[in-house]
Design a protein. Structure first.
Length: 278
């Protein structure tokens, strides 16, 4: 929703997009209404974008590139930076690492990992958190989370290995229907060739070993084959590069995977919980 106060707090990237779009619109001798018609937006939406009352959405930036970009790629480039500014402060640096990663080893303990969330699950989760967020901010964060899914189809493909605690699959978020759709989406993701999805069963500790007790973690292999660890708890985060620490966390992640159900067993459990057991 366009708000007057947004004009005062708009980020440098948002201001740059607004100024470039307005300059290029005037150069082409288009009114806001005419540009809106070409973009698929109203004149009011174009005005809000140009005054920073409502920053350009990801879809609007794509449309601006198509209509005004003139082969420069300027609005396409801006999409990346606008996305970064949307993420919570503690997540911004990791988001860049995630999108460029060669391999991700992920362990989620409380809720479905953000990369694997459906839009409805993410909205229920973000909107139901505390402190409560304004509707506009919830929508902004949901859209930003969905954009991350581009990683699944990126070329070259990233190898993504996810272990979920079984309790994540039985903790309903939003509604029974939302959770059922989320489980079915996990099953769909598990069938991707670049994804390995495993479930760490609730009775894992009965064997006398449980490597997952220290919480969620993300091990990242970067495009230059550097290994990093990202940890996040209670909206605080740490990115670790010390080789000894990274090695320890990578070993722990490997142990968690070893204690988890195999990928076929995990898929079967997810399908069973979704009511789709084959």
């Amino acid at each position: 929703m366009a708000r007057a106060e947004n004009k005062e707090t708009a980020s440098p990237t948002v201001q740059m997009v607004a100024e470039v779009a307005r300059t290029m619109r005037i150069k082409r001798q288009l009114t806001q209404e005419q540009l809106g018609a070409e973009l698929g937006y109203s004149a009011a939406a174009v005005s809000a974008m140009e005054t920073c009352a409502q920053p350009a959405s990801d879809d609007m930036l794509a449309a601006l590139e198509r209509v005004l970009g003139d082969g420069t790629g300027i609005f396409e480039s801006a999409r990346r930076y606008v996305r970064m500014e949307t993420y919570p402060e503690q997540f911004k640096n990791y988001a860049l690492l995630e999108q460029a990663a060669l391999r991700l080893q992920l362990y989620a303990t409380d809720v479905v990992h953000g990369l694997f969330q459906t839009e409805e699950y993410a909205r229920a989760l973000i909107g139901g958190g505390y402190p409560a967020l304004p509707h506009d901010r919830v929508q902004e964060l949901v859209e930003a989370r969905m954009i991350r899914k581009a990683l699944f189809d990126r070329e070259p493909a990233a190898l993504i290995e996810l272990v979920l605690e079984e309790s994540v699959l039985t903790r309903d978020i939003g509604s029974k229907e939302i959770m059922r759709a989320q489980l079915r989406y996990l099953a769909e993701c598990a069938r991707r060739r670049n994804v390995t999805l495993q479930v760490l069963p609730l009775d894992c500790g009965l064997t006398g070993e449980y490597a997952g007790g220290h919480g969620a973690l993300n091990v990242v292999e970067t495009s230059d084959h550097q290994h990093l660890v990202y940890l996040e708890v209670q909206e605080e985060s740490w990115t670790l590069s010390d080789p000894a620490k990274v090695s320890m966390y990578a070993q722990r992640c490997a142990k968690i995977r070893a204690q988890a159900l195999g990928s076929r067993e995990s898929l079967g459990l997810i399908q069973q919980l979704a009511g789709d057991e084959e």
